[in-house]
Design a protein around this ligand. Sequence first.
Ligand SMILES: [Mg+2]
Length: 247
Amino acid sequence: MRRPVGVCWDIDGTLLRGGRVGGDVLRDAFHAVTGHEPPHVPMGGMTDHLVAEAFRDGLPATHAAPLHDRGPAYTEEMIAAIGEQWRGRDAALAETLTVLPGVREAVDLLAAEPGVDQIVLTGNVRAGAELKLTVAGLHPGTFDLDDGVYGHLPGPRAALVHAAREALERRHRRPVGLVVVGDTPRDVEAAHAAGAIAVGVATGAASVDDLVAAGADHVSEDLSDPAALVAVVRAAGQDPGATRGDV
Ligand SMILES: [Mg+2]
């Protein structure tokens, strides 16, 4: 018997490339909240919440300690500041943003598949996700952003996949197949930790070899053959064994 399938789309490096604007937003937010220049942090596949923690923890101990003393208030302020910093970045984003090959076709093909829900599952806070998708011409009309899962949530990226599963299973009142499409080993690890199929696309920072080494179930250079992704999604709807791991 077929079951519903949720397709969880990462944004950066998977649907689109936004250039350095997203990094600037995070760095400017950190400076606004703390008064410090942020340390270098490799951000690929990290949630904004995790980046906020990594910025704090990468400071010299004398600067990090007062931020630790603020407890959750520090990350809450950072998440709010990141949302604020996205305001007015439209023009800068439009200069650098590109939609990745095959994305529009893949999203359109999956939209026509019965029993398939497509959502965004991203490390961005919602304001960043919304602006990027809007500038890319992928919003409105492609995803219902109220259904998306965003990087303001604490915890590892797997927590986002768990949240997506819970929301979809609540909606369908039954188990769903889950397919995570992402560009980093962190997407792959998060998918598997939450019992989802991991599709890796090498259009971001990671290579095909990196994604294979991370254990992705399906890997491609890009999405220029969207029918291959449709086949993975159909299989996830047909085979209960396609959900893996402890859920
Ligand atoms: Mg990504």
